[in-house]
Design a protein. Structure first.
Length: 245
């Protein structure tokens, strides 16, 4: 792309992992500056700035300077600066790193709105739960190599486990752990901090059979729930590593 290819650049929005805003400008002035690189019409730009501020929830902070904002608010400002000109393609590089839960939810809600409004979003993250919330198609990379690609459901089919069951049990004798391990379809079990985690290779009635076993052995439990493999499980199977930077 040539430096003067503004007709292409105005269709692209980029939000880097590192916050890149001007400390001497207010929230409103920062967004106005970046939006003004592409939108020259003042009336149109004013509306675009307002839309961006509302999208990321900075209405109460428009006159604040960056140094007055929390880390989460700074990230929201960073996003607003990158998308204020309403680009059709948006690159987001780990926009929720090191932010509080409230800001994280706000950022994710804003990204979903951009997606639902028709923008194409390329989203980079180590948080697999965010991928499941936002992305239609997923690529798993490890050391620059593509290991898998597809929809979230297609990738989950790559997991060797069919089901995970989590049980909260105050005390569990090793005898029962061995018996549970020998139940049909059980792949692995672990028991840490009063949490029993069982993974199954296959089967559709695993939870019912486990409950019947616990009842038969008079083993008391507080909570029990079943879930399908997550993208995090798929990542670990493909790479053999914990998620990392």
């Amino acid at each position: 792309m040539k430096p003067n290819a503004y007709d292409i650049k105005e269709k692209i929005g980029v939000v880097f992992q590192d916050v890149a805003v001007f400390q001497e400008l207010t929230v409103y002035e920062n967004i106005d500056y970046f939006c003004g690189l592409y939108i020259k019409d003042k009336k149109k730009r004013k509306q675009y700035i307002q839309d961006a501020i509302e999208l990321v929830g900075l209405e109460e902070f428009r006159k604040f300077y960056p140094k007055q904002l929390s880390g989460g608010l700074l990230r929201r400002l960073n996003i607003a600066c990158g998308i204020a000109h309403k680009p059709s393609i948006i690159f987001l590089d780990e926009p929720t790193v090191a932010v509080d839960p409230q800001s994280r939810n706000n950022i994710l809600d804003g990204i979903k709105k951009l997606r639902d409004n028709g923008a194409t979003i390329l989203y980079t993250t180590h948080y697999m739960e965010e991928v499941e919330i936002i992305c239609d198609r997923v690529i798993i990379l490890d050391k620059g190599k593509v290991l898998a690609a597809g929809t979230t459901e297609e990738l989950k089919e790559l997991a060797k486990i069919e089901e995970k069951v989590t049980v909260e049990i105050s005390e569990l004798d090793k005898k029962y752990m061995e018996e549970i391990k020998n139940l049909e379809n059980v792949d692995e079990i672990s028991y840490n901090g009063n949490i029993l985690l069982i993974t199954y290779k296959k089967g559709k009635n695993n939870l019912i059979e486990l409950i019947d076993y616990l009842k038969k052995e008079s083993i008391k439990y507080n909570k029990i729930y079943s879930e399908r493999p997550t993208l995090n499980d798929v990542f670990l199977e493909l790479t053999g590593k914990e998620l990392r930077d």
